[in-house]
Design a protein around this ligand. Structure first.
Ligand code: GUN
Length: 296
């Protein structure tokens, strides 16, 4: 079994982006500028956005943050997004999810200008992904694909089972794995909460992408020996034996599943650190106007 070390791969890719941005700025390019919008006081969202801002500063990007109370109106949020869309200094915009229930995520997502949508959530960017046009690949599927590529894991002709069909992870990961490029060319099955006898699919899988949001869901008796297992889940579980009072677990029963695998991602330190690289990559692409201006 080989551990897929997302932490060290992300550090290497981070250095490459840092070099690219220095060269870009040294040759007269505009310093990439990411803007984040954060609504409410969800602890995890605050942590994630703080990490994104810190990443930008560390790599040589400009960043800005708009914060709103959880009772902000949808209109106010939409108006702010429209202003940011018009601001030529801002290259990329993300609105951290989840949003309070009174705000339509679909309306917010569709208001972000596609060329600034560095999360890759706008339907236009998802559509581009599905027909193989250059686009902003959203952060988590980006991280998964880059890890498969880094480790040279064979995907062509393999059966890839994706657990979960979310817009953010499962669906784009399935699209990427079926594209006619490497990593891709897999035969893809998407399993979800309504799938009957889910283990009949996972037992046939050469590659399993677990993004179902249920801690330790994938058990050893659901995995074929030699499979590649990519664990996207991350949940805090109370654990009195830890100084912090909790530990992080993925969607895979790691202790039992790992010995069966050819490759597996740990949690933490697998897909998680790679997602941060996805956002940085997209923000640099936005500043260089790589996706939309060069009329690809
Ligand atoms: N919430 C969880 N993941 C993400 C992400 O990738 N982008 C945004 N904007 N919100 C999230």
């Amino acid at each position: 079994m080989q551990l897929i070390d997302g932490k060290s791969v992300s550090e290497e890719l981070r250095k490459n982006i840092q070099q690219d941005v220095s060269l870009w700025v040294a040759s007269g390019g505009k310093k990439p500028h990411l803007c984040a919008i954060l609504v409410g006081d969800d602890g995890a969202s605050h942590t994630y956005v703080a990490a994104k801002i810190k990443d930008c500063e560390a790599i040589g990007f400009k960043s800005s943050l708009y914060q709103f109370a959880s009772n902000v109106t949808e209109e106010k949020l939409i108006q702010t997004i429209e202003e940011i869309n018009q601001n030529p200094d801002i290259d990329g915009l993300i609105v951290q999810l989840p949003l309070p229930k009174h705000i339509s995520v679909d309306r917010v997502t569709q208001t972000i200008a596609p060329e600034k949508d560095v999360d890759g959530f706008h339907p236009q960017n998802v559509g581009r992904l599905s027909i193989g046009l250059p686009t902003y690949v959203s952060a988590t599927p980006f991280g998964i694909i880059k890890l498969l590529e880094y480790y040279g894991i064979e995907t062509a002709g393999k059966h890839c089972v994706v657990l979960g069909r979310s817009n953010i992870v499962g669906t784009p990961a399935a699209i990427l794995m079926s594209r006619n490029v490497y990593p891709g060319n897999a035969t893809v099955t998407i399993c979800h909460s309504k799938t009957d006898n889910l283990e009949q699919y996972t037992l046939q899988a050469d590659i399993i992408i677990a993004a179902i949001g249920i801690p330790e869901f994938l058990k050893a008796d659901m995995v074929k020996p030699g499979a590649v297992v990519i664990d996207v889940g991350i949940t805090r579980i109370n654990d009195a034996s830890k100084k912090s009072g909790f530990r992080l677990v993925g969607d895979v029963d790691y202790e039992a599943v790992a010995p069966l695998c050819s490759y597996i991602t740990p949690v933490p330190g697998g897909v998680g650190p790679m997602t941060r690289i996805g956002l940085l990559t997209n923000t640099l692409k936005a500043a260089r106007k790589e996706i939309y201006t060069n009329s690809k």
